[in-house]
Design a protein around this ligand. Structure first.
Ligand code: PLP
Length: 443
């Protein structure tokens, strides 16, 4: 005999899916988020009624509470790690100017259209012009999907079936198991290693240059340093020697810095590398430039033009949202990463003390402590940035990560540090509120 649900059995009171979805309070979310996400929330709320965790009367409220803020599963977090460019948190945060530009470009735009003539126009000309104006040393500019794509395009166009000369000290892994030699080799170019891990001289390169040389690649070791008995041929030296031989010199800068920055003396920049004679420089859009994911290519006119016209370029093309964000990043106000880099330690101390004071009023025993922040994402690996953090017991790190406004800090010396150098000052209040609601002792 099948066991019939009794009147005490919560299963009898589980409201039906179609009835719940027809509830007028769910009409707006269905319209905004789509029926699938709302239905998923309904199904999980029904399950909670079935298991006794929720009453049938409050099911719609529970659905409304559990709905995501938008239709993407990506949740904005507060980066209190003290790593200014955190790869797992999406690297650079866009400036509000770039965010506005992305929103404006989301619909139909004139990304590839000349409104005065009604004809087709150069795609992304605004972003390209912004980069060209920021780096007048570049004869021409091209933008692809990311730094790796820029290298692939250069290697394919200049050296497929031929050789790329590269120093053994620059055969680097950029992160998550991706190694530049493998990436370059995938284009059909052969890597010819020159020099040794710690010492590579101009002569090493020149001894290897020959008929088969498609390009010489200088890679900036952006996530490590080699110290001690070292030698390295500079871009200037290489350019002077390779120019007369007609061998293109490509400099992969990594960080995407367009011009020198006083706080980053060891970080190469595009303007300097081009002035030193590099034929092409490549870099990322979402590292120290502080923009969207993109691969920047700046260099000699004929070279950049041949890259732009290469069939592979179409497969590496960037989206209009990227072009919009990139232009606004280059033309707009200081980016969040540069603001964080330049933030005054004394001001960070005052901010940390204000957050701590406010938390203590809620009975949360926080402390303001000095600490050291980093650039991260393969930039300026040696640079220690003096910073201040809000210190909390380490046990809060998980609940803060999972909070409605997630805060990601770092655990150091057995405590949770919320490092304020990577947090824009405008987020101090949200950070404080998140900590208060997560860490306050309910008793
Ligand atoms: C980061 C980096 C890359 C890869 O750039 P992505 O934009 O992440 O694809 C290549 N070379 C160097 C030296 C880098 O630092």
């Amino acid at each position: 005999m099948p066991t019939a649900a009794t009147s005490h059995d919560p299963r009898r009171h589980v409201p039906r899916t179609d009835r719940l979805l027809a509830d007028e309070r769910l009409a707006e979310p269905i319209n905004r988020l789509g029926p699938a996400l709302v239905k998923a929330a309904v199904v999980s709320a029904q399950e909670r009624v079935r298991t006794g965790g929720l009453t049938a009367e409050t099911v719609v409220e529970a659905v409304l509470e559990s709905l995501p803020a938008n239709a993407s599963g990506l949740v904005p977090v507060i980066n209190a790690t003290g790593v200014l460019l955190h790869t797992n948190l999406g690297r650079a945060a866009l400036s509000s100017a770039a965010v506005d530009a992305v929103a404006a470009a989301a619909g139909p735009t004139d990304v590839e259209f000349d409104r005065s003539t009604g004809e087709r126009a150069r795609r992304g000309r605004g972003a390209l012009a912004a980069l060209a104006e920021a780096v007048p040393e570049a004869g021409a500019v091209h933008v692809v999907n990311n730094g790796a794509a820029a290298l692939v395009l250069a290697a394919t166009a200049l050296a497929a079936g031929r050789e790329i000369l590269i120093s053994r000290g620059e055969m680097v892994e950029i992160g998550d198991g991706f190694r530049l030699p493998d990436l370059l080799g995938s284009t059909g170019a052969r890597l010819r290693e020159v020099g040794t891990t710690n010492r590579t001289t101009l002569k090493d390169y020149l001894d290897a240059v020959g008929e088969q040389t498609g390009m010489v690649l200088k890679v900036h070791p952006s996530n490590f340093v080699v110290r001690g008995f070292t030698a390295n041929a500079s871009v200037a030296e290489l350019a002077a020697a390779l120019g007369p031989l007609g061998v293109p010199l490509v400099a992969d800068l990594g960080s995407g810095l367009l011009r020198p920055h006083r706080l980053l003396p060891d970080e190469p920049d595009a303007a300097t590398a081009l002035r030193d004679g590099a034929d092409l420089v490549t870099g990322s859009g979402d590292k120290l430039l502080g923009g969207p994911q993109a691969g920047l290519m700046l260099g000699r006119v004929e070279l950049v033009e041949s890259l732009r016209r290469h069939p592979l370029a179409r497969a590496l093309r960037v989206d209009k949202l990227t072009l919009a964000a990139l232009e606004a990043t280059v033309r707009g106000p200081a980016t969040p990463v540069i603001r964080a880099l330049e933030a005054d330690a004394e001001q960070l101390r005052r901010r940390a003390e204000a957050v701590v004071e406010s938390l203590r009023q809620s009975g949360i025993p926080a402390q303001a402590v000095p600490c050291t922040a980093r650039v991260g994402a393969g930039g300026a690996p040696e640079l220690a940035l003096p910073s201040w953090a809000v210190r909390l017991p380490a046990e809060h790190s998980g609940s803060l990560r999972r909070a409605a406004t997630p805060v990601v800090g770092r655990v150091e010396g057995g405590a949770l540090l919320l490092d304020l150098r990577s947090v824009p000052a405008a987020q101090d209040e949200s950070l404080t509120a998140a900590v208060r609601s997560t860490c306050a002792d309910p008793t």
